[in-house]
Write a protein that binds this ligand. Structure first.
Ligand SMILES: Cc1cc2nc3c(=O)[nH]c(=O)nc-3n(C[C@H](O)[C@H](O)[C@H](O)COP(=O)(O)OP(=O)(O)OC[C@H]3O[C@@H](n4cnc5c(N)ncnc54)[C@H](O)[C@@H]3O)c2cc1C
Ligand code: FES
Length: 280
């Protein structure tokens, strides 16, 4: 968990600084603290999440999408799916809400530093991975080669489109992307599932950490691919999602076998969960 000087349950007042539409029903919210403190004091790490609290409505866990190297605002990318997210989408610039956190274990930065990174994201899974990706790009000298593989179901569903396109102007990140289907025949790149992208680049498993986030089906196939390539299980990390309530290890809603997704995760090393049947 982050640095909680006081009560870990305490919701902190924030306001919406900007909302940026992404794709249909997905929006990026830039948040500002209303209590005069800085996001540096918030102490978030890539891979952690917050609980978005709307008084009188409830709370929803949402990944932090921005890295601690960019402290102008805290960014969350939200899909409109139900009670809380519907209400959030009705709010605009200047609206007030509360957040709790930061919560959970993020990506193991100390282990990742000095190594090659292979980030594999599917759909909204890019939201938590983006915090690590931008962190690594902001501290580029601390990491070796960076490869991002991103798959979406169709060309209209690419999140952070312009940010991703800007990676083509850089020679210090390799960005490979795929769409599952291209019914209109407009996609000029790879059509097929994200694992097909492994054929398009050379990966050296012993020097690389793989980090995955996406829909459950993606993990199954990507894990198989990584193990076949010779990745050690210790070099594979993934961010998991479960239904949550408290977010701080008290209610048991988010149990994955004998682990809590909120406090033992949401980022897990494959070795921690490989024996838990329902984990993936
Ligand atoms: C650690 C973590 C990080 C998350 N990060 C993000 C994020 O960055 N952006 C984002 O849009 N969403 C994220 N989610 C999912 C988000 O918390 C849920 O979609 C949440 O239910 C939305 O609240 P709601 O009240 O709008 O929808 P609800 O009315 O609660 O539910 C809408 C539908 O989603 C289902 N649902 C609820 N929780 C989950 C879940 N965890 N996984 C799958 N289905 C669920 C419900 O059963 C229901 O069918 C994250 C969840 C977790 C646990
Ligand atoms: S959400 Fe309550 S224990 Fe994890």
């Amino acid at each position: 968990m982050g640095d909680h000087p006081g009560n870990i349950y305490e919701p902190r007042p924030v306001s919406i600084h900007r909302t940026l539409p992404q794709i249909q029903d997905h929006r990026l919210f830039q948040l500002q603290l209303e209590d005069g403190s800085s996001w540096a004091d918030f102490g978030h790490q890539p891979g952690q999440f917050i609980e978005v609290s709307l008084f009188g409505k409830g709370e929803a866990p949402i990944s932090i999408s921005s890295p601690p190297t960019r402290l102008d605002s805290l960014e969350i990318c939200v899909r409109k799916t139900g009670r809380i997210t519907d209400s959030l989408f009705e709010m605009g610039k200047g609206s007030n809400l509360h957040i709790r956190g930061p919560y959970g274990r993020g990506f193991p930065l100390d282990d990742l530093k000095g190594h090659k990174l292979l980030l594999v994201a599917g759909g909204l899974g890019l939201a938590p991975l983006r915090s690590l990706l931008l962190y690594a790009l902001d501290k580029r000298e601390e990491f070796d080669e960076i490869i991002l593989m991103y798959g979406t179901n169709n060309p209209d569903n690419v999140l952070f489109k312009y940010e991703l396109l800007s990676f083509f102007d850089r020679d210090d990140i390799k960005y490979l992307y795929s769409v599952d289907r291209d019914d209109e025949g407009i996609w000029k790149q790879y059509v097929g599932v994200v694992t097909g992208l492994f054929e398009q680049t050379i990966i050296s498993p012993e020097e690389t950490y793989a980090v995955l986030c996406g829909p459950p089906i993606m993990y199954r196939f990507v894990l198989q691919k990584l193990l076949n390539l010779g990745f050690a299980k210790e070099h594979i990390y993934m961010s998991l999602e479960r239904m949550m309530k408290c977010g701080v290890g008290k209610c048991g809603h988010c149990a994955i076998g004998n682990k809590y997704c909120c406090t033992d995760g949401p980022v897990f090393c494959y070795t921690q969960i490989e024996d838990i049947e329902e984990a993936i």
